[in-house]
Design a binder for this molecule. Sequence first.
Ligand code: GTP
Ligand code: MG
Length: 325
Amino acid sequence: MGEEELPGLELAAEVEEPPAGAEPGFWRKLKRGLLMTHTEILDRVGAAIEDRAIVDEETLEYLEESLIAADIGVETSMELVEEVRRDSRRSEAGDVLRLRERLVDQMAVLLLDAPRLPVRPLGPLVTLLVGVNGVGKTTAAAKLARWSQLRGEKVMLAAADTFRAAAIEQLTLWSERLGVDIVKQQAESDPAAVVHDALQAARARKVDHLIVDTAGRLHNKQHLMAELEKIRRVIDKEGADRTVRTLLVLDATTGQNAVAQAKEFSRAVNVDGVLLAKIDGTAKGGVVVAIARELRIPVVFLGVGESAEDLVEFRPREFATALLG
Ligand SMILES: Nc1nc2c(ncn2[C@@H]2O[C@H](COP(=O)(O)OP(=O)(O)OP(=O)(O)O)[C@@H](O)[C@H]2O)c(=O)[nH]1
Ligand SMILES: [Mg+2]
């Protein structure tokens, strides 16, 4: 996305009032994050209903194609359109002007039915960030640190991507910028040992949220998957007093590929939820719906930019409104 486009995006994202109950900051970031997807879908939906007064079969077919093109997932797109079709048959509901409203409602209903992370019990937390190379794990670690900081929590980062020295430096830089503690060792040391150290330090310093960055890996590299399992075992053992969550970081710009990664990763390791990064850089933001609905993995956070503040919670109703409303 070109720099010169940014002011326009900000403007477009700010015109609208947030829906009831959504804080302005959250809403602005969510709208900005979904702007490309929103524009793409609405352009298509707009073309589908152009010059029509009622929702006919042709409109519905075009609508279905538009949703599929936004990577919402074939099943879910068909389901959504089916709901709209049923609804349109009822008198007065076939009005084309109400189409979007109904789509938002139906999508919110579908998403509310998708799995969610159990509410976090009081007490310390460990978040383990995993995923393929370059998807945004380290940035996500910084974002989560900021997230917790803003909620008054004491945060610590663990540099368990020991694969490259540059990876440790990158996380160190974030820790300095955010003013949070970091536990690290030299490059090529055992990531499970780093996590072990970090858990000890987190306990000693009464850290509320320990965030573990790991190296990028492909699900089919068995030794790398075994390494993740080892890290998780260390956390289960040494951090037994903490709630542990493994968040799979996915890159939204990869569309259906992100869905495939989620499928493969959750087969190989225990994934508690998904953090979908880079949703701001794609018109394929509908991939959230495919992951939540079709893979039934809880979507927890959306990454909406490159700064530490660019993170929003996934909330079904607000998401549907920002996407289609
Ligand atoms: N636009 C945008 N860019 C992002 C987002 N999250 C991460 N990035 C960018 O994506 C690139 C890769 O991010 P990293 O956090 O280094 O990814 P990683 O998964 O840690 O990469 P490896 O450690 O090499 O596997 C960086 O340029 C980030 O600034 C996001 O939500 N939106
Ligand atoms: Mg990284």
